[in-house]
Design a protein around this ligand. Sequence first.
Ligand SMILES: [Zn+2]
Length: 211
Amino acid sequence: MFIDGSNSSLKAVLLHHENLYRSIPVAYAPKTKETYEVFKKLLCCLRYNENDWKICADLKVIAILTGLQLGYTKHCCFLCEWDSRNRKSHYTRKDWPMRHNYMMGQKNVKEISLVNPKNVCLPSLHIKLGLFKNFAKAVNCNSECFNYFKCKFPELSDAKVKEGIFIGPQIRYVMNDLHFDSLLNINELSAWYSVIDVVKNLLGTSFRKQY
Ligand SMILES: [Zn+2]
């Protein structure tokens, strides 16, 4: 189940695991904000506990669902005890202890978790769009790479290309086009391989089997 809210409404949609069947909207609440109480009611109405669906949402929604305190807190990750205040370690330390208990009042846990944290899936498409956006934004406007985007996707405005606003199928196209690699300089290529690495090995998209 994918849950997300905007300024005007809150929605919950059931997505098929393999994406073979279309999605089914199961909840829609206009003028409703993302709060613990609202999610509690929503999950109750949908009888979530009987269905045991996986939960897919952005990190803010996941934080609320797992009972975490919002805002700039010390321990804001639902998976581990990453310390937002320990700035010195942010770019050097890779291993942080796993978050094992969700005891109220400890490590920024404010409420009882509404879902089993093990059932949470990170939204891979959101992450992929974000990664590609950062990559495209870093590419110089006069580079061959920028021209490639303009040429392959003429429907996109300059502003969208500059800001890296692409959709899933466009990203998939670029990732499968080995010609794209030949347009990149050494730094861009190394960043590009990192993007591919994350998409392939972390987000689990199967493509570029030869890579
Ligand atoms: Zn973490």
